[in-house]
Design a protein around this ligand. Structure first.
Ligand code: ZN
Length: 407
């Protein structure tokens, strides 16, 4: 019996390790495509528009519907945010976001193909999962010109929509910088900092999984831990909405002196330490500078964001981790999501989108489908355990009969 238990534990542990190692893999593949196929994604350019179409296609293939929110740039160019909803067990929403526009002269691999890739991976992992909160997934444009896309979203948000937001997770430039940061908290006039619960949970998760994350050193008039400005969390923070801002960066200069603004790297090959908005912001160059770094950062942030999106309750508590190797909860499909298979095999309508199914139709489709790989895994483990059992029993019988024959 002990042998069987050992065997079962070994199989489970191996499966779990595989799962953890796999974090970041989907994002790394997405990042390669963004870097190669859509360089110079400045808002209003053909590259940005093509990228938006590609993003919508990816989200559709995971089973999400995408809504486009158009807005106008200060120079008159047309921008658009892409918005999807993963319906959870509560109306309360985690807003998970990244800007897909980039500097016109770069590939925008770090800034912000990396953040977009991470959100894509998380969206794919969450599709079809039962989770406590809903997750609103948004790809912004217009960030490089002053967060124009997220500003448009916040300004058009109704009071009810604002009330539904539990927190914002904004991912911007996580592939290249020296350190992994989790900023959060909103400085108040009396010197206190509000809304730090989310950052606190994130840093605890980092500790638990050994993700090596840190936060703003608190210099240059910026209270420690916080970073309201600098990316799309800003207008949400101005409304008092708790946020975390994830970025790989470095808040010190090449001599090790703390600096209030990011330099990203202390590597002397990078002049001024800045990869974003410079010719270094290309995946091949980032990889030649720092082999393996982009992949490690993506894996660590993917682990963190997945843990938050699957574990956060509407009250802002974190549920115990349900490891992916354990039995996956019954797959439920909401009006906003369908399974990968359903989306891929669905007939295409004139609009080029899969037809919208009612909630009941989706549930029917879902129950007709075979189990996913994750659902099949426990069955495989049980079969292996049963086989081990048979071998063990067979051996015991053979041994007993051998003993009897000797007598
Ligand atoms: Zn950015």
């Amino acid at each position: 019996m002990a042998a069987i238990i050992c065997y079962f534990a070994a199989v489970s542990a191996a499966a779990e390790e595989d799962n953890i190692k796999n974090f970041g893999n989907i994002a790394a593949g997405m990042l390669e495509m963004l870097d190669q196929d859509f360089p110079g994604r400045e808002t209003g350019t053909a590259s940005a528009d093509a990228c938006a179409d590609w993003l919508e296609g990816q989200m559709n293939s995971f089973g999400y519907r995408v809504e486009r929110q158009p807005f106008t740039m200060p120079d008159g160019a047309a921008g658009q945010n892409l918005i999807s909803l993963k319906t959870g067990n509560s109306e309360k929403e985690i807003l998970l976001c990244a800007h897909y526009d980039s500097d016109f002269a770069t590939h925008g691999a770090d800034d912000n193909g990396s953040g977009v890739s991470l959100v894509l991976e998380t969206a794919k992992r969450l599709a079809g999962k039962s989770i406590p909160c809903s997750v609103r997934i948004i790809y912004w444009s217009g960030e490089e010109a002053g967060m124009i896309g997220s500003k448009a979203y916040v300004e058009q948000m109704t009071a009810e929509e604002q009330e539904r937001i539990l927190c914002v997770i904004n991912v911007d430039s996580i592939a290249a910088g020296d350190r992994r940061y989790v900023h959060g908290g909103i400085p108040q006039e009396d010197g206190s900092v509000s809304g730090i619960w989310l950052q606190k949970l994130a840093l605890e998760i980092s500790e638990e999984y050994g993700l090596g994350m840190t936060t703003h050193p608190g210099i240059g008039g910026i209270p420690a831990g916080t970073r309201v400005q600098g990316s799309d969390q800003m207008f949400f923070a101005y409304r008092g909405i708790p946020y975390i801002y994830l970025e790989a960066s470095l808040y010190s200069d090449q001599d090790g002196n703390d600096k209030p603004h990011r330099v990203q790297t202390a590597d002397s090959r990078v002049e001024g330490g800045q990869i974003m908005h410079s010719p270094w912001d290309e995946l091949e160059k980032i990889r030649s500078l720092f082999p393996g770094r982009a992949e490690e950062h993506l894996a660590a942030y993917s682990r963190l964001v997945y843990r938050l999106c699957t574990g956060l309750t509407p009250e802002g508590q974190l549920l115990e981790a349900v490891e992916e190797t354990e039995a996956v909860p019954e797959t439920t499909f909401s009006a906003e999501t369908a399974s990968d298979t359903a989306a891929q095999t669905a007939p295409i309508t004139e609009t080029g989108l899969p037809p919208v199914q009612t909630e009941k139709e989706e549930r029917d489709t879902a129950t007709q489908e075979e189990g996913t790989e994750e659902q099949k895994r426990p069955i495989v483990i049980w079969l292996a355990a049963a086989a081990a059992c048979l071998v063990f029993a067979g051996g015991a019988v053979a041994w007993a009969s051998l003993k009897r024959r000797k007598r």
